[in-house]
Design a protein around this ligand. Structure first.
Ligand SMILES: NC(=O)c1ccc[n+]([C@@H]2O[C@H](COP(=O)([O-])OP(=O)(O)OC[C@H]3O[C@@H](n4cnc5c(N)ncnc54)[C@H](O)[C@@H]3O)[C@@H](O)[C@H]2O)c1
Length: 337
């Protein structure tokens, strides 16, 4: 296990508290400081870590100046990710930043530059990589057993997400819109499977769920460097809700679907394997605990951050190009790193 690393957190909302559970579960984090604008959020976070007397701050700059934590977890809304992360990196701390890394590629570049200048770890919370079926599928395709993946299609439509419960979720300026808020997960997964995205064509509109000021339905076509093709369809105007995808490989097709709750693998000879979600991931470390543990290990120099800033930037670059494409009606090149 090795030595414990001291961490502070900025943003003690529901996600911040999940990350604190992960930090405690890792067994190698000592949570020394909490920061939030709301005292109640910090009370709830103190309860999660079982330390009522942990240091509390309402201003993250004060937390950075008055504490000497090795790592800072950033779990504020995404329009603040760059500002808080850069301040923490400039103060010489490692940073775990929730997804999406930020809302512009320029911000992501500034975050990466701050990490390089400080010589500190910067890890992005693209946790879907570690989650049961997605981890299973990603590892299966990466094993090469099914040949090269040539196309991938994902549909994620939300029946349960109520953006109006959290005002910043409704505003494009603060959440970035659906692709940044939700589908950055699927986009990151697609980049893991298909490689570098080069060009994007998107269509979207506000159709049914008018509580948000951005497209509640958006469909994105992505061209990849080696000619592979990806499609992401996302919505919050669906009363059923679905989270499904297909990966078309040279020697097999992989399906996953929340409606059937299984992964199906079909090979050219017709052999079909059906693996229920309930049987996947029994031996996996809880995903949030794993990402926080890996961040803490990166802070103490055991290994580089496994989901580094550049991965966060590449996913943000696809979102940025997609919204530009949806607004202009043209295909848009994905900006290079
Ligand atoms: N990985 C995932 O699957 C996942 C899931 C949910 C949320 N998230 C991400 O985690 C982040 C937080 O999400 P959430 O649902 O907990 O949001 P939230 O709005 O419920 O909580 C954010 C907290 O940050 C605090 N905050 C806001 N501005 C602050 C500031 N300047 N200084 C200190 N604290 C401040 C708020 O008071 C609030 O308690 C977002 O970036 C979100 O996209 C990731």
């Amino acid at each position: 296990m090795g030595r414990s690393v001291s961490v502070g957190i900025v943003g003690c909302g529901p996600m911040g508290r999940e990350l604190l559970r992960g930090a405690i579960g890792s067994g190698i984090a000592e949570v020394r400081a909490l920061c939030d604008l709301e005292a109640e959020a910090m009370d709830a976070a103190a309860e999660v870590i079982g330390n009522a007397s942990v240091a509390r701050f309402m201003d993250y700059r004060e937390m950075l100046a008055k504490t000497d934590c090795d790592g800072v977890i950033v779990a504020v809304p995404q329009y603040l990710h760059a500002e808080v992360s850069i301040a923490a990196l400039q103060a010489g701390r490692g940073v775990f930043c929730e997804k999406p890394m930020s809302l512009t590629v320029d911000d992501c570049r500034r975050m990466i530059a701050a990490a390089e200048a400080a010589g500190r770890a910067l890890m992005i919370g693209q946790v879907l990589r570690y989650l049961g079926p997605y981890r299973y599928i990603r590892e299966l395709v990466a094993s090469g057993e099914l040949g090269k993946p040539r196309a991938m299609r994902v549909i994620r439509s939300m029946d349960h997400w109520r953006p109006e419960h959290n005002p910043w979720h409704c505003a494009r300026a603060e959440s970035g819109g659906l692709l940044y808020e939700v589908n950055i997960h699927e986009i990151d997964l697609m980049l893991c499977v298909l490689g570098r995205a080069v060009r994007v064509t998107a269509q979207g509109d506000r159709l049914i769920n008018l509580k948000v000021d951005y497209e509640d339905y958006i469909s994105v076509g992505i061209e990849f460097e080696d000619g592979a093709i990806g499609h992401v369809t996302s919505s919050i105007c669906d009363y059923l809700g679905r989270n499904a995808g297909e990966i078309f490989c040279e020697r097999g097709t992989v399906y996953y679907d929340s409606l059937t709750e299984d992964v199906r693998i079909r090979r050219p000879d017709g052999e079909t394997q059906v693996i229920p979600y309930s049987e996947i991931g029994k031996d996996y470390e809880p995903p949030i605990q794993r990402e926080v543990r890996e961040f803490i290990e990166a802070c103490r120099g055991d290994h580089p951050a496994p989901i580094p800033g550049i991965d966060g930037l590449r996913a943000v670059a696809v979102c940025q190009a997609a919204y530009e494409s949806a607004a202009s009606g043209r295909s848009v090149d994905v900006v290079k790193d």
